[in-house]
Design a binder for this molecule. Structure first.
Ligand code: FDA
Length: 475
């Protein structure tokens, strides 16, 4: 068992953990990053599958995502725009594919009116929400006690309008059934992107990609940390002490030599003593670590009310982007289709064409009941409803199945159950003694996105530097 001493141990080498580690290094702190997997990046994973470069995890960057945009620029990476020339496609309840341009789906005038009015209402509500503190809104409790679906159905009895409004935060973002999370959670999702209108605007929220893949962000951040990033190191236990709170043993204080709070993180191969720990992974994985002493009651309770959404990201690569020849942009939506949304996801400078589709929550459960062949057939059939029969014959086909990933367990991210956000949200980022928390799943702006992960990484590093200075210590 190798023994290491650092100022800060970071658990998880995703965008959040690596951002925090780099900031702390710059502030003069020594760090060790312990990563469970054999690679860095977490939910950012760019790989070559059957000769096709695929973004298995996160990929898109939107114009409001300053923290991510700054990091991309600072790392010297280039971006390119998602292909969007031509018509989008919408499949309505009659199963007919209709072309459209702009943001409004080609629906009946009364449905369009309902969608427009409720969108305005939602934008007004979202404008009153501070994404960093949605629980502070005077209506937070009431809005957290009603499901997103139930609230929408109170606004209109037009089912097609409800389904189209619902899926922006439901299947497309939180990737849970719309009865399983609250109106407040939905408003937070929208507020994190600036407005509900931004969230439903594919040209905004899915604006750009990074040439060569978004995983370069964590790869380059990790490169700067060199040997201080240790792979294949799932943290099994975390001893901690907080003398100011009167808790037990002085974990880690020996190395820091301060007599202050400390931690000892243990993997199968390493013991890292440090003054602070950053848990930089999805909150649903905290219970994979044995905390000694246990985390406080509040955390025990709170963490049980957070769960991962579930979506399959489907990649279909064709010898050419055939839909463009038909004047289609590749952008396609339908709350009635197995793949509720799909886009042109062709790589920068690639002659081949790639479509990406998404199969969410209960639809994802359903297709995982099928054999791999049947699942592929059903999903490609759904894509063919948007793009025609040629969509059924990709040269490369791949499903990103994050539900099977032990160190993630779903996609895209985690959210509270009904009522959980106003009850617990304010405590999610609050440190416990020397243990700090950072992850996209607890961000305000950039919530559930790489931008939010980076924001949380910066925030937690600042908090640790401040806590250290307040205690009269330097890095
Ligand atoms: P993340 O989960 O990435 O990193 C945590 C790390 O901790 C992991 O590497 C994990 O292995 C490690 N870990 C966990 N437990 C551990 C333990 N006990 N010991 C040691 N290590 C441990 N976002 C976006 O902005 N644009 C997009 O287009 C998309 N699209 C998208 C598609 C898909 C399919 C997914 C899955 C996700 C997205 N996202 C996205 C979301 C985005 O990828 C995500 O929010 C961030 O990458 C999360 O970064 P974090 O660093 O917070 O956690």
């Amino acid at each position: 068992m190798a023994e290491i001493s650092r100022d800060v141990v970071v658990i998880g080498a995703g965008a959040a953990g690596l951002t925090a580690a780099n900031d702390l290094r710059k502030a003069g702190f020594s760090v060790a990053v312990l990563e469970a997997r054999d690679r860095v990046g977490g939910r950012l994973w760019t790989d070559v599958i059957d000769t096709a470069m695929l973004e298995i995890g996160g990929q898109w960057v939107s114009p409001d995502q300053d923290a991510l945009i700054d990091t991309i620029a600072e790392l010297g990476l280039e971006t390119f725009s998602r292909y969007r020339d031509g018509d989008s496609v919408y499949v309505g309840p009659d199963g007919v594919a209709r072309r459209f341009t702009g943001e409004m789906f080609p629906v009946a005038p009364e449905t369009e009116r309902a969608i427009g009015e409720i969108t305005e209402r939602l934008d007004a509500m979202v404008a009153e929400i501070d994404p960093d503190r949605p629980w502070e809104h005077p209506n937070a409790q009431a809005w957290d006690e009603i499901s997103w679906d139930a609230w929408l159905r109170e606004q209109t009895d037009d089912d097609e309008a409800v389904r189209n409004l619902a899926f922006a935060t439901g299947s497309a973002m939180l990737t849970k059934p719309t009865h399983a999370f609250s109106l407040l959670q939905s408003l937070l999702m929208a507020a994190s992107a600036g407005s509900y209108s931004n969230l439903v605007d594919a040209d905004f929220i899915l604006d750009k990609r990074v040439v060569g893949g978004l995983q370069q962000v964590p790869l380059l951040l990790a490169e700067r940390l060199g040997d201080d990033v240790l792979l294949n190191q799932p943290v099994r236990s975390l001893e901690w002490s907080d003398p100011s709170a009167g808790s037990g043993q002085a974990a880690g204080s020996g190395q820091a030599g301060t007599g202050g709070p400390g931690v000892v993180a243990t993997t199968d191969e390493h013991t890292v003593r440090a003054r602070f720990a950053i848990l930089a992974h999805a909150p649903i994985l905290y219970n994979r670590i044995s905390f000694v002493p246990p985390l406080p009651r509040r955390q025990h309770q709170m963490h049980q009310h957070i769960s991962m959404g579930f979506v399959i990201k489907v990649h279909a690569v064709y010898d050419r982007p055939f839909w463009r020849e038909a004047g289609l942009s590749g952008t396609a939506f339908s709350p009635y289709e197995l793949s509720h949304e799909a886009y042109d996801n062709t790589n920068h400078g690639d002659e081949r064409g790639t479509l990406v589709g998404f199969v969410s929550d209960r639809n994802a459960d359903g297709v995982f009941e099928l054999s791999a062949e049947e699942r592929k057939e059903r999903i490609l059939e759904s894509l063919s409803h948007y793009y025609g029969p040629e969509a059924k014959n990709p040269v490369v086909y791949y499903e990103s199945d994050w539900g099977s990933e032990e160190w993630t367990r779903g996609a895209y991210a985690a959210s509270f159950d009904l009522g959980g956000l106003h009850r617990y949200g304010a405590d999610l980022r609050t440190p416990v003694g020397p243990i700090h928390f950072a992850c996209s799943d607890m961000a305000g702006a950039g919530y559930q996105h790489v931008d939010g992960a980076i924001r949380m990484g910066h925030l937690v590093a600042t908090n640790i530097v401040d806590a250290s200075r307040a205690a009269g210590e330097v890095g």
